[in-house]
Design a protein around this ligand. Sequence first.
Ligand SMILES: Cc1cc2nc3c(=O)[nH]c(=O)nc-3n(C[C@H](O)[C@H](O)[C@H](O)COP(=O)(O)OP(=O)(O)OC[C@H]3O[C@@H](n4cnc5c(N)ncnc54)[C@H](O)[C@@H]3O)c2cc1C
Ligand SMILES: NC(=O)c1ccc[n+]([C@@H]2O[C@H](COP(=O)([O-])OP(=O)(O)OC[C@H]3O[C@@H](n4cnc5c(N)ncnc54)[C@H](OP(=O)(O)O)[C@@H]3O)[C@@H](O)[C@H]2O)c1
Length: 388
Amino acid sequence: MSEVTTCPYSKTNPYPAKLLVRARANAPESQKETVHLEIDLGNSGLVYKSGDSLGVFPRNAEKLVDAVLKAYKFSGDEDVTLPKATESIKLRAALTTELSLGAITKKFVQFVHDNAACDCDKAKLAEVLGNADPVAQKAWIDNRHVVDLGEEFPSVSVSAQAFVEQLRKLAPRLYSISSSPRFVGNDKVHLTVAVVRYETNGRARDGVCSTFLGEYAPLGEAALPVFVANSHFAPPADLNAPMIMVGPGTGIAPFRSFVQDRAAQGAKGKNWLFFGDQRVKTDFLYQKEWEDALASGLLTRLDCAWSRDQEYKIYVQDKIREAGAEVWKWLNEDGGYFFICGDAKRMAKDVEAALLDIFQQHGGLSPEDAAAKLKTLKAEGRYQKDVY
Ligand SMILES: Cc1cc2nc3c(=O)[nH]c(=O)nc-3n(C[C@H](O)[C@H](O)[C@H](O)COP(=O)(O)OP(=O)(O)OC[C@H]3O[C@@H](n4cnc5c(N)ncnc54)[C@H](O)[C@@H]3O)c2cc1C
Ligand SMILES: NC(=O)c1ccc[n+]([C@@H]2O[C@H](COP(=O)([O-])OP(=O)(O)OC[C@H]3O[C@@H](n4cnc5c(N)ncnc54)[C@H](OP(=O)(O)O)[C@@H]3O)[C@@H](O)[C@H]2O)c1
């Protein structure tokens, strides 16, 4: 009788994995900051497959926790009890691993207003809360994080317990796994993470989890809380089926896994990758691997769109349109699969629009029939998106 083992680790009980490798994936002079990570799942029993994501629970950066403590006049040594918890913990620990110090809500602005000791702070906050223009009010709130309100309205005076009750839980983030367990082993996971940095309200902001992974998560310690998030996004079960993969930027992640998976299985299906990023010299993620895959025939075709190597933008959908006749053939005659991963807001929509144009231009379909064709591909699992 075979022994059935169940893994005790999940989103509610994450596994403390070991971060083994953190390497910059862009050249040093790049404007992008993408990191390649290798993580050891040890004997956790966690199982993943090509197309799955890894959930990561981040920690807030120490410098941000310090700034929040200072802004609200706490030492960090205060005892607080979080919602649903039975035991108290120190405020510093709660702000580091349990609570979000990022975006605020109108309710939080109201809380600071209600606890501001000075009339001038109260008046300014009352003005924000009473703003009849909802767009301007939202913009004011969206521009600020938890730390900003404590700094801008220094008369606010609250207990540590009341403060933590206003903060949201620090949520885990998902990352498409960029390795195949068949290729790197069941106990290893690779990720490809773009470190998020931006500025609002005149202050530099760091994306919580991408900076944690890209900068300060300790290496070599069993200290990275993770779980596997299974996905329907997966390479074709039919190893002979052709696949077209569109993955600009970090959208490349699952396709590195797909191609590794096919290599490990000796799959004969054709593999076509569309990649795009800012500049060929600095942002060609996993360049050597793709060149080797092309040379060995594992990758049938590679089309790259470098958006900032010329005065006008070239995006993956431009390359897809240029190769429209061949794309149509792979999908219509050869039974191919079409995958998109990466930015949901613009890229995925623009790529879908390009595909619909190709169905019309090269397949001679009407706009309605092109939409129906895409719907059929979706229903057959031959048009899949993993976008964020
Ligand atoms: C299924 C799935 C797979 C994913 N795979 C990957 C992957 O492989 N690689 C990867 O890098 N990411 C991936 N992501 C995205 C990832 O989960 C995180 O959302 C990303 O790393 C940002 O998280 P963060 O904690 O660093 O940033 P946060 O602290 O959460 O900050 C991000 C937020 O900051 C704000 N923001 C960001 N930029 C600006 C700006 N310029 N101006 C104003 N506000 C801004 C926005 O509100 C944004 O939502 C994936 C997401 C999903 C859902
Ligand atoms: N959930 C999130 O918070 C989230 C998710 C995804 C991305 N991002 C943001 O994106 C940054 C990097 O992400 P990334 O490395 O995955 O790459 P990316 O920013 O999506 O860029 C990759 C390539 O796609 C190009 N591009 C821009 N608009 C496009 C469009 N409409 N169609 C096709 N291609 C388009 C970019 O060109 P240009 O830049 O030259 O225009 C670049 O060459 C992160 O640091 C973060 O700020 C955030």
